[in-house]
Design a protein around this ligand. Structure first.
Ligand code: 5GP
Ligand code: MG
Length: 181
């Protein structure tokens, strides 16, 4: 596999090899299988970025569970005072359910904050999040993050579902933006 990859105008260098990502996902799956073994949770996959991570993780889950996909969408309508994000596609009844959000990356935590806010009246029993990557130095929220594949530096990454302007999601390894050139 390539040590460097170019997407549009930027070059990226290999940062986490595919096998290490697989091993981290295996570890997360073990934890989730253990923590949710009696619970029949709903796994909430955030499109588009988390698709690849979610597919890899789901194949390792042995628990009884349901999967639903949601997309966060920004609207700046003429009547709204500021940008509103809404969950498109959530038609699952969450009352009394444990919900586990699956994310590709947590950066500032704003997206996760929106999800929590929007689900607060859904009657769910318990909300947790599993993320493939997490940038602790960029995180500005107080919400706990329950399952983390990799804590990474505050640098832009692509691969394994993470994109640069839509490209790079299909790379099996995770690459970091090359700032040396
Ligand atoms: P948040 O700041 O709300 O935690 O993250 C917002 C979104 O920014 C993420 O879902 C992801 O789409 C994008 N993002 C943040 N950091 C990176 C990164 O290093 N690489 C890529 N490809 N996307 C990122
Ligand atoms: Mg995302």
């Amino acid at each position: 596999m390539c040590e460097r990859v170019t997407l549009l105008d930027k070059t990226f260098v290999k940062f986490i090899p595919s096998e290490e990502v697989d091993a981290a996902i295996e570890r997360l799956a073990d934890q989730i299988n253990n923590d949710y073994r009696d619970d029949d949770p709903i796994l909430l996959v955030t499109l588009n970025g988390a698709i690849v991570f979610a597919v890899d993780l789901l194949k390792k889950l042995t628990i009884r569970c349901k999967i639903t996909c949601v997309k966060l969408s920004s609207y700046s309508g003429t009547q709204s005072t500021n940008n509103v994000k809404s969950l498109i596609g959530l038609n699952e009844d969450l009352r009394g359910k444990r919900v586990l959000v699956l994310e590709d990356i947590i950066d500032t935590g704003r997206t996760y904050g929106h999800i929590t806010e929007m689900l607060k009246d859904s009657g769910l029993k318990d909300l947790r999040i599993a993320t493939m990557t997490y940038k602790p130095d960029a995180y500005k929220s107080d919400l706990p993050i329950h399952y983390v594949g990799f804590a990474i530096p505050d640098k832009f990454v692509v691969g394994r579902g993470l994109d640069y302007d839509g490209y790079g999601r299909n790379l099996p390894d995770i690459y970091q933006l090359d700032t040396s050139i």
